[in-house]
Design a protein around this ligand. Structure first.
Ligand SMILES: O=C(O)CCC(=O)C(=O)O
Length: 318
């Protein structure tokens, strides 16, 4: 499925577009299957080591990791894409249907940016249910429950300045239905026309710098796909249900443009001109990530050098 003219026009006019049922359950299945298997294998390892006294094997995908986190935090800490590096996820980054949608914005020469995450937003109720043995773990759990409640920000804030002039599309995909109750995204449309990055003290955009346009809340079904310009401010909200809000956020851009995180592996996801340049081998992707993360662990990665707290303009090349 390619973008229709109307969908492309919506993206250009408003800085985002949601493609209803842009992906099928079969498209998402390799990701869910591999995370399921990863969590199961890790749970069995912890069980054998005595860290878990039950496997929570009857819990569905939406709940199992949260139940495990009531007792042990180590699986949760490995969940993000750059640590987990699962074959089904690599396949998904190159999913034909997904790239057809991306091509409608980026064109036919597409790289997959290393700014990509799998997020398992834990329910707030995990805190009350937790039976962790130390107060340090209880504090860690509190920050885990909070870490995927993203403050208002633009994705331009998470790459280095070198990528400022280049268009980057964020592709946000819920793996379970995303609702206001479990913490779906909110965004401020149309703001990309201002060509402005709204800085704050630290990460995010503080209320006094936030553009005044009306906020849109975006409930989405699993399989819907959000395409969003990197200058659109967005945030996500806390999870008040008892299931995990699982999602992926990926970024794609035109081949040859800097990702602003070039110390992590970028790869050619699609090339109509030079199909041989596409990365098709899972092991290569996995090994590149492994090496990159061992040199620069994600918490130590270089950040933008902005002490800036005022909005600043960026010129994006079209
Ligand atoms: O998925 C979320 O809760 C936040 C995602 C986000 O802020 C992003 O993709 O930049």
């Amino acid at each position: 499925m390619y973008l229709t003219k109307q969908q492309r026009a919506h993206y250009d006019d408003h800085g985002f577009v949601v493609i209803d049922a842009g992906l099928t359950p079969m498209d998402l299945q390799p990701v869910r299957r591999d995370y399921d298997a990863f969590i199961d294998a890790e749970a069995r390892r912890l069980y054998a080591a005595g860290a878990l006294t039950e496997l929570f094997a009857d819990e569905p995908f939406e709940r199992r990791l949260a139940r495990i986190c009531e007792v042990d935090l180590s699986i949760y800490e490995q969940i993000d894409l750059m640590y987990c590096r699962l074959p089904g996820v690599f396949d998904f980054l190159r999913n034909r249907q997904l790239l057809d949608l991306v091509e409608g914005i980026v064109g036919p020469e597409i790289i997959c940016s290393p700014i990509q995450h799998a997020r398992a937003k834990l329910p707030e109720s995990t805190l009350a249910r937790a039976r962790l043995s130390t107060s340090e773990d209880q504090t860690r759990l509190r920050s885990m429950v909070g870490e995927n409640v993203a403050p208002w920000h633009q994705d331009a804030q998470v790459h280095l300045e070198v990528a400022d002039p280049h268009a980057i599309v964020t592709v946000w995909i819920p793996l379970v239905d995303a609702t206001p109750d479990n913490g779906c995204l909110q965004l401020i449309p149309d703001v990309h026309h201002k060509r402005t990055v709204y800085w704050s003290e630290g990460f995010g955009v503080s209320d006094r710098h936030l553009p005044a346009e009306e906020v849109v809340t975006l409930p989405m079904r699993a399989g819907d796909v959000l395409l969003m310009d990197k200058l659109i401010p967005h945030r996500s909200t806390p999870n008040h249900t008892d299931g995990i809000h699982w999602s992926l956020d990926l970024r794609y851009q035109r081949t040859g443009t800097p990702t602003g995180r070039d110390y992590y592996p970028v790869f050619v996801a699609r090339s109509r001109d030079q199909p041989d340049s596409e990365l098709t081998e899972y092991e290569v992707w996995r090994d590149r990530w492994e090496q990159a993360v061992s040199k620069i662990p994600p918490p130590d990665r270089p950040r933008r050098s902005d002490g800036r707290i005022q909005p600043c303009s960026v010129e994006i090349q079209s």
